[in-house]
Ligand binder design. Structure first.
Ligand code: LTN
Length: 200
């Protein structure tokens, strides 16, 4: 029997300093994952603009992150490397998900509370609904697995909730419920690197 397709979607924001360990850490893991999974690697410029970005700087950083993917060893012939804003369906599906997700779910997102702080009346609406766009990134490709650091676990949980509610509401099994691949835990990463092991 054929193995079910294992498909990854991950996003990297084109903001901040590319040389910081978290970017290189994430991209390094992608290099390993491309051997086992069908991969979609997305430069998420629409996520970056939830906080202020200088348009010229953002365009440069978008190219830099894309170049870093390729320079780090992600084969652009084997994987799908692309820029989020160039695929308008991400924003379209995010709107549909805005109408599926509940205020209560988004109100529980700790990253929004941390980022907004005392300033919550004056941050963008996009910063609040950021996780529904992330859900769209993942579910639009019917991804089955998402590599996530600790800070994104809660957003992936919300993605799973959205997929489940959509499937229930519309009596479909369209969306897979995506599984996390946890970063930063040596044992998990090791098992993905061990080609002789079939079960991660
Ligand atoms: N929110 C993530 C970036 C991101 C992402 C995604 C990660 C946007 N869409 C989809 C995984 C899957 C971050 O800030 N690291």
């Amino acid at each position: 029997m054929d193995k079910p397709t294992k498909r990854i979607l991950s996003g990297v924001q084109p903001s901040g300093d590319l040389h910081l360990g978290n970017y290189l850490g994430a991209i390094k893991n992608f290099v390993t994952l491309q051997k086992e999974y069908e991969c979609f690697f997305c430069v998420v410029d629409l996520h970056a603009i939830t906080v202020w970005q200088d348009p010229k700087v953002l365009a440069d950083k978008t190219r830099e992150v894309t170049a870093a993917f390729i320079a780090s060893g992600i084969d652009p012939k084997k994987n799908n490397i692309f820029v989020q804003s160039q695929v308008p369906q991400h924003a379209q599906l995010a709107w549909l998900f805005n109408c599926v997700a509940r205020m209560g779910w988004l109100n529980r997102m700790t990253q929004f509370k941390d980022k907004a702080g005392k300033n919550s009346e004056n941050v963008s609406v996009g910063l609040f609904s950021y996780p529904t766009l992330m859900a769209a990134d993942i579910l639009i490709y019917l991804a089955t697995h998402v590599p996530v650091g600790d800070d994104q676990k809660q957003h992936l949980e919300l993605t799973r909730d959205i997929a489940q509610k959509f499937n229930n509401d519309f009596k479909t099994d369209l969306f897979p419920i995506p599984e996390p691949l946890i970063f930063g835990e040596a044992t998990r990463v090791m098992s993905l690197r061990d080609g002789s092991k079939k079960n991660e």
